[in-house]
Design a protein around this ligand. Structure first.
Ligand SMILES: Nc1nc2c(c(=O)[nH]1)N[C@H]1C(S)=C(S)[C@@H](COP(=O)(O)O)O[C@H]1N2
Ligand SMILES: [Mo]
Length: 202
């Protein structure tokens, strides 16, 4: 049967330029991946601490965090379980602004991000600076749902999403890399999705 070109049904082609190797587009669904029980702490009671190898360790309250200039990430996220989700809008503040106050010492080279739940994940300090990482409390214009890390989560979208600690309460600056929860269980210390750094040794 002849088919007029303009009426041909287009099969959605995976967006190769946008999908890191081994990933698929999850579309409108946003899976929840949580290793622990979701904490129920009220937003107004939230505290975020930056300490360890810094000149000026500091703890911010929920309202103090909101006093920083707002910063938005618009783009994609990539989970190591192979889903990627396109065109997310997260709003909060830049991690740079917190580090400007706390001032990492010259020895500081790594960060262990802690959640109130005890979940941890490690990152090179360089991956949290230069406008690449956020502390976020809203997604697509709405408060971040609790199962997705609300009231406050870390967002490091250029790395696999396990680095984006939900319910983040502390950024601990370190001289040496110290493995976090998934990293102790065999996941990669850096986790760059474009280099497919899923597991230790990748
Ligand atoms: N506190 C905490 N943060 C976490 C996790 C977790 O289990 N606990 N899971 C990580 C993993 S493996 C992923 S893929 C993302 C999932 O975020 P989501 O549930 O909002 O999709 O959160 C990351 N941050
Ligand atoms: Mo994940």
């Amino acid at each position: 049967m002849p088919v007029t070109r303009g009426f041909q049904r287009r099969r959605p082609e995976p967006d190769r330029d946008r999908l890191p190797p081994g990933q698929y587009d999850t579309g409108s669904s946003w899976p929840v991946l949580t290793a622990e029980a979701t904490p129920q702490q009220a937003a107004e009671d939230w505290r975020l601490t930056v300490d360890g190898l810094v000149e000026a360790p500091h703890t911010w309250t929920w309202s103090e965090l909101h006093a920083f200039p707002g910063s938005t990430y618009f783009g994609d996220i990539h989970c190591v379980t192979t889903w990627s989700k396109f065109d997310m809008t997260f709003t909060g503040i830049s991690v740079d602004d917190l580090l400007d106050v706390a001032r990492p010492t010259s020895e500081a080279a790594f960060v262990l991000a802690h959640s109130v739940t005890g979940y941890t994940t490690n990152l090179p300090l360089d991956d949290l600076t230069g406008g690449k990482a956020w502390i976020v409390w809203s997604v697509d214009g709405k408060p971040l749902p609790r199962q997705h890390g609300g009231p406050v989560r870390l967002l490091v979208p250029h790395l696999y999403f396990w680095k984006s600690a939900k319910w983040v309460s502390r950024l601990e600056l370190l001289a040496e890399d110290r493995a976090g929860f998934w990293e102790q269980n065999g996941y990669h210390d850096r986790g760059d999705p474009w280099r497919e750094q899923r597991y230790q040794g990748d």
